[in-house]
Design a protein around this ligand. Sequence first.
Ligand code: 0L1
Ligand code: MG
Length: 262
Amino acid sequence: MKLAREIIEQLAIRLETCELEARDTTKITDDHPDMDWDDAYAIQDEIKRRKLARGVRIVGLKAGLTSHAKMKQMGVESPVFGFLADYFSVPEGGEIDTSKLIHPKVEPEIAFVTKAPLKGPGCHIGAVLAATDFVIPAIEIIDSRYRDFKFDLKSVVADNCSSSRFVVGGRMGNVAELDLRTTGIVLEKNGEPVAFGAGAAVLGHPAAAIAMLANMLGEKGEEIPAGTLILSGGITEAVAVQAGDAVTLRVQDLGSVSCRFR
Ligand code: 0L1
Ligand code: MG
């Protein structure tokens, strides 16, 4: 690690304050160009520690930048992961207050819920499918704390991968009965289709994103516990939203999930 503990704590406070007060900031690598991956995840961990200390519960994990469309959109080259806090969860059909967000975008995703622990190294699609209780459609609302959504990968990891809100809904799917590579999705904004895709856009198979996450956590001696909700990553580019917008994600065989922005 390159950054002193005191700097890690200051950067965590800076990014979390921006999240809680809906303010943007410049990317942290502008001030700390030498920070490394361990520093980036240590800042994310410190944000998590601060939330836990205030009584917030962690309700899941997310993989981000898992599709080539997303990597190209953001000008980065590898996936990342973050955590989901209890207050990020929006009920299906629920309303999201844009005054609490900076510049939200929505992503169409397939969420996994595990029934057995997953631990890397060596975790693969087969292990993920065997450990999956069910999959379910999810809309992730991302809201980078960085000005104009401009960042590099270490800055975005420190910022908990732009995590902000999420909605799950539709039907629970049994992975033994689905081929998630060919599962089609349509994302609608205000009744108009705005993005289309299929599960294979996520690392060839959405379960590969969960395996990657287990392997990345395995390097830190951690595992994905049974009963974890995991967002596997946007299937298409993220779509900007504003107050007044209504968003619906339709997923083949798994129904639909919606939310509104006010
Ligand atoms: O969920 C995601 O793929 C977002 C990861 C962070 C990058 C971004 O804000 O687009
Ligand atoms: Mg996402």
